[in-house]
Design a protein around this ligand. Structure first.
Ligand SMILES: *Cc1c(COP(=O)(O)O)cnc(C)c1O
Length: 372
């Protein structure tokens, strides 16, 4: 039986054409023209003044937080149910991460959960859109504005999705994308910072390129990194951006197929098709085992693996990470929804390259496992 990987990307637009152009022109480093083109079109599509290409989503978060010039007394509110890059970027800046729980149905932190964590020391709030639905941002944005709190938006998983009528990536004072192969635009590895703020943009542009002094190369006034995106990556990214609308409709279609096929699947919570502020883009197709199931996610994933069907477990909550406990962080924190999701949640193959037959086979196998 042919394996069904958890994600297969699709590279059938202008990717090869642009790559050929990049190679034939001799421009393969970050100095090549596709980097600018990709940035400009990304900025335009998201209605932003600046788009700054970097080497990963993690690097985009790192540059963004670095640009805010935070200090140890500053608190940054972050969801616990997310990827570690969000927290490490804040820790490395010297600021204090404050973790909040998420909603068990949307997997996102709710405005109430975020707002109740605000203190006089809150300097920034990181909104992370999880698994295909955006954070209900407006109530948070309103308070942030009143209290002069910076909003960072991690839109890695929701490229192409709209919150109400605004594209994800246009909501934060600074927003970030990842272009890892399971994201809606991929460059193999890559990321982007988006902002309208001149100072944040300038600092991110510096930080991605070792913070070379503008008037004297090899002189440095700040610490920077090599987070540059290559022309080869940007060539692929530009082609991917051109296909984004098709990618999004395909993702909706994949989600709808599973919704129909798994409608009567016992003891499992399916993703919400929509909320009042957004339609699910199904970045992944997330499933949560209900209490009536005697299995946890690990059991079901092992059974799917035996059938060569790829899966991934949900995030492991940040407040439960051994590495942070060793650093003396979050030791006694308890955030029940995140903990429950980590144990009961997993996702099944739903990458843009999946076929209808594969979707049917995954659904059929899953139903059999859950009925057994
Ligand atoms: C994928 C992802 C990242 C990290 O992106 P990389 O490109 O893998 O570094 C950051 N945040 C979220 C929410 C992600 O899903």
């Amino acid at each position: 039986m042919k394996p069904i990987p958890v994600n297969v990307p699709k590279l059938d637009g202008n990717e090869v054409k642009y790559l050929k152009e990049a190679i034939e022109s001799g421009w393969i480093s970050s100095e090549g023209p596709f980097v600018n083109k990709f940035e400009q079109q990304c900025a335009e599509r998201h209605g932003r003044k600046y788009a700054i290409a970097v080497s990963s989503g993690t690097a985009a978060l790192k540059c963004s937080i670095d640009a805010l010039d935070l200090s140890a007394k500053d608190e940054v509110i972050i969801p616990s149910f997310t990827i570690i890059s969000c927290v490490t970027a804040v820790l490395e800046s010297g600021a204090t991460p404050i973790l909040v729980d998420c909603d068990p149905k949307t997997f996102n932190s709710s405005p109430e959960q975020i707002i109740s964590a605000i203190t006089p020391r809150t300097k920034a709030i990181m909104l992370v859109h999880i698994y295909g639905l955006p954070v209900d941002a407006d109530p948070v944005l309103q308070i942030a504005k009143e209290r002069d709190i910076i909003v960072i938006e991690d839109a890695a998983e929701t490229i192409g999705l709209k919150y109400k009528n605004r594209p994800c990536g246009s909501i934060g004072d600074v927003s970030t994308f990842s272009f890892y192969p399971n994201k809606h635009i991929t460059t193999g590895e890559g990321g982007m910072v988006l902002t309208d703020d001149d100072q944040i943009a300038e600092r991110c542009i510096g930080a991605r390129n070792l913070c070379f002094n503008k008037s004297r190369r090899f002189r440095h006034d700040r610490i920077g990194w090599n987070f540059r995106m290559t022309n080869i990556q940007a060539a692929i990214g530009l082609a991917q951006l051109e296909s984004l609308d098709q990618t999004i409709s395909r993702k909706h279609w994949i989600g709808k197929q599973y919704n129909k096929l798994l409608e009567n699947c016992p003891c499992v919570q399916l993703p919400l098709p929509e909320t009042y502020y957004a339609k699910n883009i199904y970045w992944v197709y997330p499933l949560v085992l209900k209490n009536c199931s005697s299995m946890n996610a690990t059991d079901v994933m092992a059974k799917l693996d035996a059938l060569k069907i790829g899966t991934r477990p949900f995030f492991y909550p940040m407040h439960k990470q051994p590495v942070f406990h060793k650093m003396g962080l979050f030791n006694n924190q308890s955030l029940k929804n995140s903990e429950q999701l980590a144990e009961k949640g997993f996702y099944i193959p739903a990458g843009i390259g999946i076929s209808e037959e594969e979707i049917q086979k995954v659904a059929k196998s899953l139903i059999e496992i859950l009925n057994s």
